[in-house]
Design a protein around this ligand. Structure first.
Ligand SMILES: Nc1ncnc2c1ncn2[C@@H]1O[C@H](COP(=O)(O)OP(=O)(O)OP(=O)(O)O)[C@@H](O)[C@H]1O
Length: 297
């Protein structure tokens, strides 16, 4: 199975939300990272056929998915960012309702719903109304409904939002179990989720794909650009203004230890450190982060 996004573009008036994105996807987990407004949701909605591209095409095994219609939709599972739960439904009823929408026969729907509620750890509360659920429980229900039809292509828009660390680990394991022979595309703001779950990391900035690399190679992009600098406390502010500082902690006495991201050595005595995906993210999105910090002051 191969899913190809070919120069996929979406314009909203004069705003180009997704700009000529070309990606070839084989079974595996694709983790999408990008700042707010980068274009992740727009891209996912086009992949799922919820939004028509302005230009470009989605191909599944060489066929335009627009022509595949229902056959394509039957292969898809989608968890939108603003997933509409019905607060007065129980999880059981909600799953059966979604199953009916997906055209799953009632007998199969019952068995499958039960299995999935068990898998996401909601069996005990499955007869309770969704309005009594925590954010994390709703999110797990969202994931369960997305896989009801055993999709070959699963698209999850910020599936880990609202999950606590324990639930996050549970979710990662779920995805690992589920992703065999399937294409899973997920977006998140949580870099460590991408690091643990993804086979391939996609970074999106201002509607453009800036990175598309196997996860195991991704941090090497930053080789030689991550520096450990030990400075005096009073120098910290000036350095933070001139360089991208990924982390800072206080050392002994009057010293501060900085993790600086820069192409060349930022200071005399700076020593290279092993890069992480978070370093790469900060490096590419430093202007967005500076803007965000500025607007929150
Ligand atoms: N229906 C729309 N009409 C006009 N502009 C839109 C519409 N949907 C999205 N946009 C704009 O397109 C850009 C990309 O938005 P999108 O929601 O795809 O980003 P995102 O990466 O998913 O962000 P977030 O992480 O905040 O969800 C943004 O500038 C957004 O304001």
């Amino acid at each position: 199975m191969e899913l190809v996004l070919d120069k996929l573009t979406k314009q909203f008036g004069r705003k180009t939300a997704v700009d000529e994105m070309t990606i070839r996807m084989k079974p595996g987990v694709y983790g999408m990272l990008g700042a707010n407004g980068a274009g992740k949701t727009t891209l996912m909605r086009m992949i799922c056929g919820v939004l028509n591209p302005t230009r470009g095409t989605v191909f599944l095994d060489g066929k335009d998915v627009e022509n595949l219609g229902e056959d394509y939709r039957n292969l898809l599972g989608y968890l939108p960012q603003d997933f509409g739960y019905y607060p007065e439904f129980t999880a059981e009823n909600f799953m059966l309702y979604v199953a009916a929408l997906k055209g799953i026969a009632p007998q199969n729907a019952k068995i499958r719903s039960k299995e999935l509620l068990e898998l996401v750890g909601l069996t005990e509360v499955s007869a309770k109304k969704i309005r009594t659920y925590s954010g994390g429980m709703k999110q797990r229900l969202g994931i369960a409904q997305a896989v009801l039809n055993d999709p070959r292509i699963l698209v999850l828009d910020e599936p880990t939002a609202g999950l606590d660390p324990k639930e996050r680990v549970h979710f990662r394991n779920l995805i690992a179990d589920f992703s065999k022979d399937k294409i899973v595309i997920l977006s998140t703001h949580i870099v460590s989720d991408i690091e643990y779950i993804s086979d391939t990391v996609l970074m999106i900035k201002d509607g453009k794909l800036i990175i598309n690399r196997p996860a195991e190679h991704i941090a090497h992009e930053m080789d030689g650009k991550v520096w450990r600098c030990v400075v005096r406390k009073q120098e910290t502010e000036a350095i933070s203004r001139s360089f991208c500082v990924a982390n800072l902690h206080h050392g002994d006495d009057d010293t501060v230890i900085l993790r600086v991201l820069n192409d060349e050595s930022p200071l005399q005595g700076a020593v290279n450190e092993t890069p992480t995906l978070e370093d790469l993210y900060l490096y590419h999105f430093q202007s967005d982060i500076a803007e965000y910090r500025g607007s929150n002051r």
